[in-house]
Design a protein around this ligand. Structure first.
Ligand SMILES: Cc1cc2nc3c(=O)[nH]c(=O)nc-3n(C[C@H](O)[C@H](O)[C@H](O)COP(=O)(O)OP(=O)(O)OC[C@H]3O[C@@H](n4cnc5c(N)ncnc54)[C@H](O)[C@@H]3O)c2cc1C
Length: 289
């Protein structure tokens, strides 16, 4: 196996272009090392940890820029992330163990493109975008169109994710990330639901709502039909019930060793209902009647 430690993004993407499907990027290695042990070793390993400047979190006008090498622990301990993007912070807080959080990067979580990746549903409801570098240029891709199937993304075999741009939600918004797993810790999500709600100025109607789902489709998804049903309406228990059922219908989970598809749909419905109730109360101070 050839092994490289490029010092710049352009050096890294040149290696990826040269080696093509033979090459694999490694960041924290929490997924890669398991793959190398139990699946197969790549012909070429490109370790990006020595590229300076990819591990910073900084404000950029109305958004937060998060370097791809930012660890999950850096997200969890960032006052900016906690204050400005609590829905993303919650996913970092519920992620694996402290040991894994210290090593795993947000870029690795995204590029793994696992439907159950913890940070993905929050990034979808925040309408975040990824900066993707290739040997022939750069492009910025919204995460809603970034994922192409389990383990597949617009990066293909030759792209490098360098930065994540997360716009701040509108003033008055509230978000929550709810994870259901069999064990309390060190378990990937059986279902993950992120909800972001913005009430109108009078705090009567739903001005904006976004629902992101993890682990219940080949990629993380937004529940677009349920969101459309809720927008512009006063939130009632009956409307929440209808929207939660619609969200479950929009999911397409599989049955596996963790859960049956039917159970996953039921959990989507329950977590969506809870997420809408919690965020509405946090945003308006009122219980849903
Ligand atoms: C014990 C254990 C518990 C875990 N628990 C959780 C959990 O609770 N929630 C969860 O979501 N995940 C969990 N994971 C999975 C893993 O920790 C995460 O997916 C992690 O964020 C991967 O980041 P990494 O930096 O370690 O990536 P790596 O293992 O280095 O890479 C992961 C993949 O992304 C690619 N890659 C990495 N960085 C880039 C980049 N910048 N550009 C292009 N491609 C890139 C690599 O080629 C590889 O395919 C767990 C893993 C273990 C071993």
């Amino acid at each position: 196996m050839d092994y490289f430690e490029p010092k710049t993004v352009s050096e890294a993407v040149s290696l990826l272009a040269k080696y093509g499907a033979e090459a694999k990027v490694i960041a924290g290695g929490t997924d890669m090392l398991v793959d190398m042990k139990y699946k197969e070793e790549p012909g070429c390993l490109v370790n990006i940890k020595k590229i300076p400047g990819l591990g910073a979190i900084h404000e950029n006008g109305g958004s937060l820029s998060i370097g791809a090498l930012t660890t999950i622990r850096d997200l969890e301990t960032s006052a900016l992330v906690r204050e400005k993007l609590p829905v993303l912070w919650e996913s970092s807080h519920q992620f694996a163990s402290l040991q894994i959080r210290n090593t795993a990067t947000i870029g690795g979580n995204i590029c793994r493109a696992s439907p159950s990746g913890e940070t993905l549903a929050p990034l979808l409801v925040l309408e975040a975008k990824g900066k993707c570098a290739f040997s022939d240029g750069e492009k910025t891709e919204p995460f809603v169109s970034f994922f192409q199937g389990p383990g597949k993304s617009v990066l293909g075999t030759k792209g490098l994710l360098t930065e994540i741009d997360v716009p701040y939600p509108a003033a008055g918004s509230r978000g929550v990330y709810l994870k259901h797993a069999v064990r309390g810790a060190m378990d990937i999500a059986m279902v993950g639901v992120a909800v972001l709600v913005t009430p109108d100025a009078a705090k009567n109607n739903v001005q904006e709502v976004r629902i992101g789902l993890g682990a219940v489709a080949p990629t993380p998804i937004r529940a677009a039909k349920a969101e459309a049903l809720l927008r512009g309406k006063p939130l009632s228990a009956a409307l929440i019930k209808e929207a939660a059922a619609m969200t479950a219908a929009e999911s397409s989970p599989i049955s596996d060793q963790r859960s049956s598809a039917e159970n996953r749909r039921w959990i989507v419905e329950a977590l969506t209902r809870r997420g809408l109730q919690q965020t509405w109360k946090a945003a308006t101070g009122k219980e849903v009647a």
